[in-house]
Design a protein around this ligand. Structure first.
Ligand code: HEM
Ligand code: HEM
Length: 545
């Protein structure tokens, strides 16, 4: 650290340049103590913890490529005549936005590759978030104290969806214009406020001449700005809470077992960034996405066939396509329920995801901190809910592409739509039941393994002629992993008579909670863990096969 001006000069001569720069910076920023405190921070190792990193790296790639695109993209709906190097479009009227995207694709050096990388990174970013969210959900990593971080993540997911939507609307091609038209229809279906919002957003009647410029500021500034802040907050919270870990020997709710941030984790993370970049660049170089020159400029009087949103919006599109066209007229106003109900369901689905950590802790009555992750099989009801939700999502994704599915598989589009309608209600229920059964089956298998060891597949014949299969005992480590989970008890209504003997009526919400809690943790929902006595009795030699 710095010294007084009259201190004796260093006896060893001048410090190396690097050290002097570090000293200079430290004197002004105090980074040494900050780095010292955090450099040795421990990160646990598990492949599923890399999913958050994939989100982070694809987000960085999106920002880098996005900045390059802003240098050449013109967010204007002025009409111009095309004279660029793509011959089939010569002389066509189009918006400046569309023309500049054609120019990026054909006349700007590296432009098409950067466009492709930006678009592919967006698709992978959202897929990464989806899978990362699933890993957090299925392992119970959202439980106290990480509920707020779940909400930060949830907001990132929703904002990511809308940033993607505003992004692919920018080129003003026939496909994205159809998507914007679809969205405007959904906005219009909102009672009372719909028309006002639409008029405000589009600066008058659709499509108007404003929306590309407006979507542009939303796309490159507003939403990514908020997302950047949220990502930083998200990561600070991961640091602050410390990472969760799977159960194992020596791992407790109070420690983290793993590798230090520097140098091990940083080296790994750096390498992984380049891997993610490399894979995205390779996919972008090999598989064309959004070839706007083949689609043509937007015209409100035309609709392209096979119009599809990017995958993350397919769910919302599916809800609208599967819903029967239903319209009612009341007091001189038309209510388009065929669009409005799907919009509400979309909102409810999102709200349920956001609130799930709070709902689960209310139902189970579990308010403790959790830093050890659940194996999905040991939380069968939660796992079943998750799979049911993913099933509904996937069914609706099929709904969003009902025309594509019909043409590719030579089916009638009505058959596909009916499949989706029935599947939306039946699919999640079947998925729930089947998943719960599988989880319980796996719990039974774990119990069996603890008590009787692993089936080795080796058959032996005993001297008296009997055939037996040799079971190998599990290692202490494996035994720990298979028996570390807690066995929960359902939350109860509590005494209906207070300490003075006065009868207290159980509230409706208490009853509901007790019922739900029973469903979560009741006898039907978990297999009792093997007890020490059971284990001792079986492994002591009696009753061995
Ligand atoms: C821009 C998007 C996102 C980025 C960059 C990001 C990044 C990360 C990283 C690097 C971690 C630590 C490593 C890991 O567990 O994978 C993490 C943990 C976490 N993320 Fe995200 N995430 C994003 C979106 C989400 C979403 C959509 C959710 C859920 C709705 C979410 C919820 C969480 C939670 C609860 C943790 C703590 C998990 C634990 O400690 O085990 N994140 N995130
Ligand atoms: C989470 C963040 C983002 C997502 C999901 C996203 C997604 C997209 C998508 C899917 C497109 C359509 C690309 C195409 O096929 O033409 C696009 C276009 C565009 N994006 Fe982004 N983007 C994001 C952030 C940014 C940022 C931060 C910038 C600028 C700093 C940016 C600048 C642009 C520009 C200029 C275009 C229009 C050019 C074009 O379409 O090729 N984006 N974005």
């Amino acid at each position: 650290m710095s010294t007084a001006a009259n201190d004796a000069p260093r006896s060893r001569g001048k410090a190396p340049a690097g050290e002097r720069v570090a000293d200079w910076a430290d004197g002004r920023l105090g980074i040494y103590s900050l780095a010292k405190a955090n450099m040795r921070k421990i990160f646990p190792d598990h492949w599923s913890f890399m999913l958050g990193e994939i989100c982070l790296y694809s987000f960085i790639i999106i920002i880098l490529t996005g900045v390059y695109l802003t240098l050449f993209f013109h967010p204007s709906m002025n009409e111009v005549t095309y004279h660029g190097s793509y011959v089939p479009m010569q002389g066509q009227l189009m918006s400046e936005a569309y023309k500049s995207t054609l120019d990026i694709s054909f006349d700007v050096r590296g432009g098409l590759l950067i466009r492709q990388i930006h678009h592919w990174a967006a698709i992978i970013f959202l897929a990464g978030m989806f899978v990362h969210m699933m890993r957090v959900f299925f392992t119970g990593a959202f439980r106290k104290p990480r509920e707020i971080n779940w909400l930060f993540g949830f907001l990132l997911f929703v904002l990511g969806m809308f940033t993607g939507f505003t992004g692919y609307s920018l080129p003003d091609d026939l496909l994205s214009g159809t998507g914007v038209r679809f969205t405007q229809g959904a906005i219009l279906s909102m009672p009372v406020v719909g028309t006002y919002i639409s008029m405000f957003l589009f600066g008058g009647e659709f499509p108007g001449t404003d929306f590309v410029a407006r979507f542009y500021s939303i796309h490159i500034l507003l939403l990514p700005g908020i997302m950047l802040g949220l990502v930083v907050g998200h990561l600070i919270l991961v640091f602050y809470h410390k990472h969760t870990q799977f159960a194992g020997p020596g791992k407790t709710n109070k420690n983290v077992v793993g590798m230090p941030l520097l140098p091990v984790y940083m080296a790994k993370a750096g390498g992984f960034f380049f891997l993610v970049f490399g894979v995205i660049a390779a996919v972008a170089g090999l598989v064309s996405v959004n070839p706007i020159w083949a689609i043509g400029p937007y015209r409100p009087d035309q609709v392209s066939t096979g119009a599809q949103p990017d995958w993350y919006m397919g769910f919302a599109e599916g809800l609208v396509r599967a819903m029967p066209g239903w319209e009612i007229n009341a007091w001189g106003h038309t209510l388009v329920l065929g669009v409005f109900i799907p919009l509400v369901i979309f909102g409810i689905f999102l709200a349920l995801i956001a609130l799930y950590p709070f709902i689960e802790s209310w139902v189970t009555g579990d308010k403790r901190e959790h830093h050890i992750l659940d194996r999905p099989r040991n939380a069968p009801t939660r796992t079943a809910f998750g799979v049911a939700w993913v099933t509904a999502y996937m069914v609706m994704l099929i709904g969003g592409g009902n025309d594509i599915v019909a043409t590719h598989f030579h089916l009638s589009i009505n058959a596909v739509t009916w499949f989706v309608r029935i599947g939306f209600f039946a699919g999640p229920v079947i998925a729930f039941i089947v998943t719960k059964r599988i989880c319980l089956g796996l719990q039974r298998r774990d119990k069996e393994k603890v008590l009787h060891g692993r089936e080795s597949g080796i058959i032996k014949r005993l001297p008296h002629g009997e055939f037996i299969e040799v079971h190998e005992p599990l290692s202490q480590e494996q035994l720990h992993t298979l028996t570390a989970h807690e066995q929960y008890k359902p939350a109860e209504i509590g005494p209906t008579v207070d300490e003075n003997g006065v009868e207290r009526k159980a509230k409706g919400t208490d009853k509901l909670r007790a019922k739900l809690s029973e469903a979560y943790y009741g006898e039907e929902s978990q297999i009792p863990k093997p007890t020490v006595e059971e284990y001792k009795e079986i492994t002591s030699g009696h009753g061995h096969h």
